[in-house]
Design a protein around this ligand. Structure first.
Ligand code: GRF
Length: 208
């Protein structure tokens, strides 16, 4: 039996809007036993997301929930919650999911949603972190994995790894190097979460 289909492991959904290279890294970590979880669902708001193709190749259930098919954000989020409930999902990994959930949604999964961001938060939050880093002239950047709270990229930090920016580096080149970090950092952070090793003290995370 494929490890990604293993029974009794914590059930994880990966939410993606795009390519899904982090999804691929997560699936690889599950296969090799570095992440002891079942990827129970890959959900996208974009029917053309390549992440869905990757999921289907692994035999993982997929769901497409498009924002424009629902009259309100609340209705959209109810549909997402239903898809998660249908697969008995306990943990959520946001991996390039280009929607911000409402406080009500976050409360529903409080402490159980992780996000990965291509900058050293709290520097350069938002959807254009890599371009913002280069435009600002920062010489060090990196990757952050954090718990999702009600804000945008504001939640407690689980893991970070730094990377020097090269002189005259393009956004594409920097993104490629950041991805290499993401692909080992995200599975590590997810393993800490699903194995119950993260404790919150104020807004600080203590790793047991
Ligand atoms: C990653 O760079 C991540 O930091 C950001 O979205 C990107 C997703 O990339 N949140 P991919 O779809 O996993 O390749």
């Amino acid at each position: 039996m494929k490890r990604s289909l293993r029974r009794n492991a914590p059930r994880l959904a990966v939410l993606c809007s795009g390519r899904g290279t982090n999804l691929a890294a997560i699936l690889g970590a599950v296969t090799h036993g570095r992440l002891r979880a079942t990827v129970a669902l890959v959900l996208s708001d974009q029917p053309s997301a390549y992440a869905l193709v990757r999921a289907r190749r692994h035999g993982i259930p997929t769901a497409v929930v498009e924002r424009r098919q629902y009259p309100t954000r609340a209705a959209f989020e109810t549909a997402v919650l239903q898809a998660l409930a249908a697969q008995q999902v306990r943990y959520i990994a946001l991996a390039g999911f280009m929607r911000v959930f409402s406080p009500a949604f976050v409360r529903r999964y409080r402490g159980r949603i992780l996000n990965i961001h291509p900058a050293l938060l709290p520097a350069f939050p938002g959807a254009h972190a890599v371009q913002d880093t280069l435009r600002y002239g920062a010489t060090i950047t990196g990757v952050t994995v954090h718990l999702v709270d009600e804000g945008v990229d504001t939640g407690p930090i689980v893991l970070q790894e730094a990377l020097p920016v090269r002189p005259r580096e393009t956004a594409a080149a920097l993104l490629t190097r950041l991805h290499r970090i993401e692909h080992h950092l995200y599975p590590r952070a997810l393993q800490l979460l699903v194995s119950g090793k993260l404790r919150l003290r104020g807004r600080k995370i203590i790793i047991n």
